[in-house]
Design a protein around this ligand. Structure first.
Ligand SMILES: Nc1nc2c(c(=O)[nH]1)N[C@H]1C(S)=C(S)[C@@H](COP(=O)(O)O)O[C@H]1N2
Ligand SMILES: [Mo]
Length: 233
């Protein structure tokens, strides 16, 4: 697998280094990188992206509940050096890649205020900021038969999602929480955040995203102990 440098990154995104979207800041007004990827995506992915996926209503910033998000871990917090961190995207893709945090921060930033719901009986309204997972998936050029996406975390947590939920416009790889840089306990440098799935689907400390055409016997840390796999909200 190659190390992904800036030139290759821009080339894959169908852009020259002088172009606005990646040359500028992360708050680029260009909403959707997917629309400008030069190579056609596969049909399944394009259908899912074009099919209007109902957005979940968001909350105003005034409704954020800063003290309600309970830190959930195995009892330890993994150590990740942001300088050497790479997010791997691999599996059934034509363009496997390793992205640095710098690469990721150049992609369009999306922010949303949503409710996080844990099966243990608590919930919290949180603002998340980050890159849409569908933009990352599009960059990696998924193969025809992709149906599932696995997430590996640095604390050995693992999860799998259906492709449609990954391509939902409110499914983010978040690096900000309540307007600030995401803290390590909450999953820094990168975590899943989406209003469409229960808390245990929202992997923290994600290091690897693997696209697949079938589910493996091991589906997810909690799922493998009897919790429901789809876990939709
Ligand atoms: N890597 C990892 N991700 C994880 C967990 C975990 O233990 N490890 N716990 C999950 C559960 S059950 C919940 S409710 C949320 C909690 O997110 P928070 O710790 O930011 O509140 O993280 C989810 N993601
Ligand atoms: Mo949870």
């Amino acid at each position: 697998m190659m190390q992904f440098n800036r030139r290759q990154f821009l080339k894959t995104a169908g852009l020259s280094s002088g172009s606005l979207i990646l040359g500028g800041c992360a708050l680029s007004p260009f909403a959707d990188l997917v629309g400008i990827v030069s190579e056609p995506l596969n049909q399944r992915v394009e259908e899912l992206l074009l099919k209007p996926q109902t957005p979940v209503p968001e909350f105003p910033i005034s409704k954020i509940e800063p003290d309600k998000l309970i830190i959930n871990t195995f009892g330890f917090t993994p150590e990740i050096d942001p300088k050497t961190f790479r997010l791997t995207i691999d599996g059934a893709v034509n363009q496997p890649m390793q992205l640095s945090l710098g690469d990721i921060y150049k992609l369009p930033l999306t922010s949303m205020v949503i409710r996080h719901v844990c099966v243990e009986g608590w919930a919290a309204i949180v603002q998340w900021g980050g890159v849409r997972l569908r933009d990352l998936i599009a960059l990696a050029q998924p193969k025809q038969d992709v149906r599932y996406v696995y997430f590996q975390s640095a604390d050995r947590y693992y999860e799998s999602w259906d492709l449609a939920s990954c391509l939902h416009p409110q499914t983010l790889m978040a690096y900000q929480k309540n307007g600030e840089k995401l803290a390590i306990d909450y999953g820094a440098p990168l975590r899943l955040a989406a209003p469409i799935k229960l808390g245990y689907k929202q992997s923290k400390w994600v290091t690897r995203i693997t696209l697949t055409n079938s589910l493996f016997p091991r589906k997810g840390y909690w799922e493998d102990q009897g919790y429901e796999w789809f876990a939709g909200l």
